[in-house]
Design a protein around this ligand. Sequence first.
Ligand SMILES: *Cc1c(COP(=O)(O)O)cnc(C)c1O
Length: 380
Amino acid sequence: MFPYGRQSIDDEDVAAVIETLRSDFLTTGPKIEEFEAQLCDKTGAPYAVVCGNGTLALHLSALALNIGDGDAVIVPSLTFLATANAIRYCGGSVVFSDVDPDTGLMRVQDFQEALEHAEKKNMTVKAVYPVHMTGQCANLKEIKNLADQHGIAVVVDGSHSLGAEYYGEPVGKSRDALMMTYSFHPVKTIAMGEGGAITTHDKNLADKMRILRSHGIEKRLDIGPWFYEMKDLGFNYRITDIQCALGISQIKKLDKFVTRRRELASLYDELLKPLFPRIKPPKRENYTVSSWHLYAPRFDFKALRINRADLMNELSKKDIGTQVHYIPVHSQPYYKNLYGDICLPGTEEYYEGTLSLPFYPALKNEDVEYVSNTLKEILL
Ligand SMILES: *Cc1c(COP(=O)(O)O)cnc(C)c1O
């Protein structure tokens, strides 16, 4: 079975983990800072805080902004649940924004609409969380301008985008986002089992998140080597040295992984051409180069005369796994109960036409040919 995504683990990765298992540190040891330094190097951000997973990274970012009861935060509905849930963990209200129906990325007009909606309801918007969907970056320039005018923080859910470029630079280098979060779940561009991080240009925010990651504890060496203080309520959101050993080994291969993902995307584009325009290749924006977490072409299911569930079943019979990224978060029962029905036409359109095909560095050219040929057999 070809899944829609999977990790690439080699003997070097296994050896790195075993070496750490035999070392003095299993949880917080030297591998944490080493991995954080590697992340800074790869993202171009001066500070990185690694934590247990991408969801915790989102939660830490929201805590760092002091989001709480009465604060509203704008989140695109087209994302994984965790982006919105992190705001709810802090007691904040989520205001869902729309996205570009072609790319799934938040545009400035989507942000503006959500902002107007919040203002009408007398809500104070504290932050906006654009998502770098599929590994392509949202264009933050205008979003940041508008956010600055209103004193709103821009935080990016960059779970898909480790390895991406934004205006010719590594994804975390720009100051357009105050913070960026990442996930190292096995389907993402590097795998740590569970793993997440936040990058930022703001040292105070990084220090604050480091403290919140470990129970809110601040060491006070000035008082004594044993003394610690808790000023804020923190959590145990730490990651282990074992996982970071894997992360260090994996991030060395990030460029190789992303290069292969780009090759595979071009190959799919080429092989699916006979199905155009009923299947359109993913649209590329010119200010960004994607890390290609997902390969999700646009399907016109009406013109193809098949519904998505049936196509997924047919493909599954041929050992081809596919997935839908994502069911709009505003349509989930939990959020419907909170906020009622919301109309987001761009989100609906993107959702209706999306399907993620098998896509990971270990996929061979023949495998992409097999998937493409099977699609043609079913659809032509
Ligand atoms: C994977 C993902 C997350 C959550 O990351 P975990 O490491 O699984 O907690 C959050 N947001 C997006 C967009 C993701 O793809």
